[in-house]
Design a protein around this ligand. Structure first.
Ligand code: ZN
Length: 245
């Protein structure tokens, strides 16, 4: 059997027999994969195989596209994130998004970098979690090819006052359509969205926003990603419960 090496983040685990689990891993070289691994040997837990851990993997490709994990070593355990209720809730939501947008045999290095950088920022407390979430949502949409076109009203070119979250386009007051998907925007909101979507990942948190703007951007980014991916995220309900505590 061919031996393969890659690195990746564990985004899901399902029990498989007494000592094993089936892991979903977003890898650098093979995109999203499913792999069987032993999470404990005797009484000893394999700490490399925990949710949201970034590790090196040595794999064998078995039958039915299922990989087997042979060796592991942790690159970044994201320990703070995993040990905090709030951090873990955010990380789990990011992982569910990653599972939704990642594809088997289709590695996306830019998305992996975005995912890692956002987990790192959460783990180290570099930015407020709500800001990290908003940036992750908008940047994910953009990396996946769903950047909204906010350059002007999509019908007449005038200044936009609405974003249609389904079409990913802006509309002015007189041209607006599809009322259920319209969110009101102004120049400040548009500038912030355009900055986040277009800037390099290294500078994605380098903007200042008032609490009021951040709150509104948070509503837009969440709604926009959900609508564009046509997906309800289960982990988002949990995250909201934690945030209300
Ligand atoms: Zn118009």
């Amino acid at each position: 059997m061919e031996q393969l090496r890659t690195e990746g983040i564990i985004t899901k685990q399902v029990k498989y027999g007494d000592n094993s689990r089936i892991y979903t891993i977003i890898t650098k070289d093979f995109g999203k994969i499913s792999a069987i691994g032993r999470y404990k040997t005797g009484k000893k837990l394999n700490t490399d195989l925990q949710l949201l851990t970034y590790s090196n993997f040595e794999l064998f490709l078995g039958t039915k596209s299922m990989y087997r994990i042979n060796e592991t070593s942790t690159i970044q355990p994201f320990k703070n994130l995993r040990e905090s209720l709030e951090g873990f809730a955010y990380g789990s939501y990011f992982a569910e998004i990653a599972n939704r947008v990642s594809v088997e045999n289709s590695p996306d290095e830019e998305f992996l970098r975005l995912f890692l950088n956002c987990l790192y920022a959460l783990d180290k407390g570099i930015e407020a979690p709500k800001k990290i979430k908003t940036v992750f949502e908008l940047k994910t949409a953009s990396v996946c090819g769903y950047t909204p076109d906010l350059s002007g009203c999509s019908l007449c070119g005038k200044e936009i006052v609405f974003l249609d979250t389904l079409l990913g386009k802006g509309f002015c007051e007189s041209c607006k359509k599809n009322p259920p998907n319209l969110l009101r925007v102004n120049e400040t909101v548009v500038n912030a969205i355009e900055y986040i979507c277009s800037v390099d990942i290294k500078k994605m948190f380098s903007f200042n926003a008032t609490d009021e703007l951040m709150t509104y951007l948070g509503i837009i980014s969440e709604e926009y990603l959900k609508t564009q991916l046509d997906c309800e995220f289960k982990t988002l309900d949990y995250l909201k419960k934690i945030e209300e505590m």
